[in-house]
Ligand binder design. Structure first.
Ligand SMILES: Nc1ncnc2c1ncn2[C@@H]1O[C@H](COP(=O)(O)OP(=O)(O)OP(=O)(O)O)[C@@H](O)[C@H]1O
Ligand SMILES: [Mg+2]
Length: 264
């Protein structure tokens, strides 16, 4: 049997006395678009921070393509094929949209001035290729016209799509999306849905954290539900929506309405 793309076992993260991720198991198969949902504070962003290496777990293992990555630096993990977007946007607001996408690329940076001088020609052709690729990514996410505008001047929805373009610039195998639809209007959310399907069509696997249940239910192959850092349900959208533990976890919070309203 081939290994899953992402395989998490018994992952645990504590902040002092608070267990943010509690012995979590999770598997994502290559080619899939899965979701990780749960009420506010359930541990979703904490989980992304563990997988990408911004936080270090107290216990458990993380495997990408069958190989342990849980002691690698965030940069090494990115080079293995992991990319993410952030719940709170982290764009370089003064830089143009195009420059932001370029920062997402793994350019082979020369180590010394001597190398730079001797490899200038090679360097320039790499740079030209990077520019072409960055422009292609901007038009892929629908932002071709905004290439030379400062990222900070774009609408909120456009900034979220720019973050996706930047994440794709590293040609990831697995893209972790932290609330990409937050702050989007219905038209932007509909465009986002199409975009995520196109990314899937390019062979990039995704794990989506999202409070827009309609989007999650329509898009995702498998849903994992977290509550207080623990997995309380997992499965196909229809089964998860009908799960009594899930309904209970969302009761009394804003999400209960979202869950009921996510019939389509
Ligand atoms: N740096 C930190 N130090 C201490 N506690 C933290 C820290 N970051 C998160 N927490 C706590 O860990 C728990 C999980 O937080 P996390 O941000 O992962 O939740 P979430 O599921 O992403 O929530 P939301 O839907 O609101 O984004 C919460 O109780 C939160 O208050
Ligand atoms: Mg979060």
């Amino acid at each position: 049997m081939t290994a899953a793309l992402l395989q998490i076992e018994a992952l645990t993260l504590r902040y002092g006395g608070l267990t943010a991720i509690d012995s979590l198991d999770l598997t994502l198969e290559a080619g899939s678009l899965d979701a990780l949902i749960g009420p506010n504070g359930a541990g979703k962003t904490s989980f992304f921070n563990l997988v990408t290496g911004l936080n270090k777990q107290q216990a458990g293992t993380i495997r990408l393509d069958g190989a342990r990555i849980d002691s690698l630096s965030p940069d090494r993990r990115a080079r293995r094929g992991l990319a993410r977007t952030f719940q709170n946007l982290r764009l370089f607001t003064q830089m143009t949209a195009l420059e932001n996408v370029l920062t997402g690329m793994h350019l082979h940076v020369a180590e010394s001035l001597f190398e730079i001088l001797t490899r200038l020609g090679q360097f320039r052709s790499q740079e030209r290729a990077a520019l072409r690729e960055a422009k292609e990514l901007l038009s892929f996410v629908g932002l071709a016209a905004a290439a030379h505008r400062p990222a900070g001047a774009l609408s909120y929805g456009d900034q979220r799509r720019l973050e996706i373009a930047r994440a794709l610039a590293s040609t990831p195998k697995l893209l972790l999306l932290d609330e990409p639809a937050a702050g989007m209007n219905p038209a932007e959310t509909a465009a986002l849905k199409d975009l995520l399907l196109q990314i899937k069509g390019r062979g990039v696997s995704m794990l989506l954290v999202e409070h827009d249940m309609s989007l999650v239910m329509q898009l995702c192959d498998k849903i994992t539900v977290l509550n207080f850092g623990r997995k309380i349900a997992e499965g196909a959208p229809a089964a998860v929506r009908a799960d009594s533990a899930v309904i209970e976890a969302y009761l009394g919070v804003k999400g209960a309405g979202e869950l009921r309203g996510a019939g389509t």
